[in-house]
Design a binder for this molecule. Structure first.
Ligand code: H79
Length: 481
């Protein structure tokens, strides 16, 4: 039998050597420092115990569904017969589509195949514990019933239904939590909301229609803040999360402070680090990448797509494999983060079959192995956390993830879980285990047959079965004291 040795000492790339993504640069370089806060956020005033209580469901959840759905699902990546490059929900910007032309899409939006029941059930069967849906994206179209602005799904479309209300109702019934994405800083169809007129920014976007002229503070006071109020008060126990995006210098500390004062009225709410104005929020939000070491000391959530777009694009079939998606979830859990994995329903409200299929496969694995993911703590080993290449870049130009190990590990008070990606079968040697192991078995073994092991100062040797294990990830449980 072959012995697989897992050696713990390894050089680890530091985060400082890694090129940061543009959003991080944006946040770092353009938003004011925390000393400028005109309003103390709850996060700054609550005790550690209060914070732990507020964050507890989120920390246990580990896996959530992002939904990008809006008018952009109608053009689905094509405008005037031409494919528009970039992510689907950016088509208005990338195609410099006039405001009136884009707004006219609303009269065609009639997604009668939308089923809140089926989407919430899909999230559940995937093992996802929460959903975050685009209540309004950068295009300014509200996917909810809004009195504050008529450009919304109830008032401006033949559909006349409020999918946010339907999702809230289903989430309540099916025991899934619901949060809202709200693009507070960019709004390409509202005067004053079309981006980046006052500050430097890294986003190669522009102002392309006189209908976009206007004052950012006026946009915030007449549209964004009133709509946030609607979202925070009209949907019962939801939202549990507000997910802001793309803060710029327009969002001054004073303006952001007005939003924070509103958020503070909802003391259980969780909101992310993309409000702007210097506010850290509750969560770090790496987009389309998994940081090598997570964010020690911060709650974090990696949001990622299954193909290369958030909003539906009819011709984007570049789907990641179930293996990649599941290993991403495991990798993220091993670093103490959450995985917010996106679906992009089409203009009828249908979830693309390729997305459904992958989510169900991830769910199958979680039904057997979820104990190794939900409510767990990060690895105790640290160094297997994986690394980014400093030279290789992925298609978006971000540092390419190099899996440094073929396993990950998560922990609870009395267990160490080893999620083994490839093989091994035979003797497994783990070089450094800081706890005394009292038992070992495979999570996927219904009999939980005890595996033979010997633990010495040199580490632990475990006899794994010789037959093939789960092709994506087999979980070895070490019971510890
Ligand atoms: O909602 C999703 C994106 O639309 C949003 N965040 C996730 C969750 C997002 N907005 N801006 N960005 C992400 C970063 C902007 C990237 C850009 Fe581009 C690069 C803007 C212009 C060049 C991507 C590529 C969008 C258009 C082309």
């Amino acid at each position: 039998m072959k012995t697989y040795r897992i050696v713990i000492a390894v050089a680890v790339l530091t985060l400082t050597s890694i090129a940061r993504p543009s959003l991080a640069q944006l946040e770092g370089s353009h938003i004011a420092t925390s000393s400028d806060h005109p309003v103390a956020a709850i996060q700054d005033t609550e005790t550690a115990a209060q914070r732990d209580a507020r964050m507890s469901w989120w920390r246990e959840a580990r896996f959530g569904m992002f939904i990008h759905w809006g008018l952009y699902s109608i053009p689905a990546g094509t405008w005037n017969g031409k494919q528009v490059s970039g992510i689907g929900e950016w088509i208005m910007n990338r195609g410099s589509i006039p405001v009136a032309d884009y707004k006219a899409l609303a009269s065609q939006f009639n997604p009668t195949a939308f089923s809140a029941h089926d989407i919430v059930a899909l999230a559940k069967s995937a093992g996802m514990k929460y959903i975050v849906i685009t209540a309004k994206h950068h295009d300014g179209f509200a996917m909810f019933d809004s009195k504050a602005d008529p450009f919304n799904i109830v008032a401006a479309t033949p559909f006349h239904r409020d999918p946010i209300r339907e999702l809230a109702e289903e989430c309540r019934k099916q025991g899934v939590k619901l949060g809202f994405y709200y693009s507070q800083d960019q709004d390409w169809t509202a005067p004053g909301g079309a981006a980046f007129k006052t500050g430097n920014h890294d986003l190669p976007t522009h102002h392309w229609d006189p209908a976009q002229d206007g004052d950012f503070a006026a946009y915030l006071h007449t549209k964004a803040i009133p709509q946030l109020k609607e979202l925070l008060s009209n949907y019962g126990e939801f939202p549990v999360v507000i997910w802001f995006d793309t803060p710029t210098a327009d969002m001054t500390p004073a303006l952001a402070g007005e939003i924070v004062a509103l958020l503070n009225q909802h003391p259980n709410l969780i909101w992310n680090n993309r409000l702007g104005g210097g506010y850290q929020g509750d969560t770090e939000t790496p987009e389309q990448f998994i940081p090598a070491q997570g964010y020690p000391g911060r709650d974090w959530e990696a949001c990622m797509t299954m193909n290369d777009t958030w909003g539906y694009k009819s011709y984007d079939t570049n789907f990641k494999s179930t293996e990649t998606l599941l290993r991403n979830l495991i990798d993220i859990a091993s670093k103490g983060g959450n995985y917010l994995l996106n679906i992009g329903p089409d203009s009828m409200g249908r979830v693309p079959p390729a997305e459904i299929e992958r989510l169900q496969q991830v769910g199958q694995w979680l039904r057997v192995n979820g104990e190794a993911i939900y409510g767990t703590h990060p690895t105790q080993f640290g160094d297997e956390a994986g690394a980014f290449s400093t030279t290789e870049k992925d298609k978006q130009g971000k540092p390419k993830f190099i899996p440094a190990w073929n396993w990950r590990s998560t922990t609870t008070a009395d267990s160490i879980y080893m999620e083994i990606f490839n093989g091994p079968s035979g003797n497994l040697h783990i070089g450094k285990v800081s706890r005394t192991v009292t038992g070992a078995y495979l999570l996927a073994d219904p009999a939980r047959k005890p595996l033979k092991f010997t633990q010495t100062a040199d580490g632990i040797d475990i006899a794994l079965p010789t037959h093939a294990l789960d092709p994506i990830a087999t979980v070895l449980v070490l019971k510890t004291k």
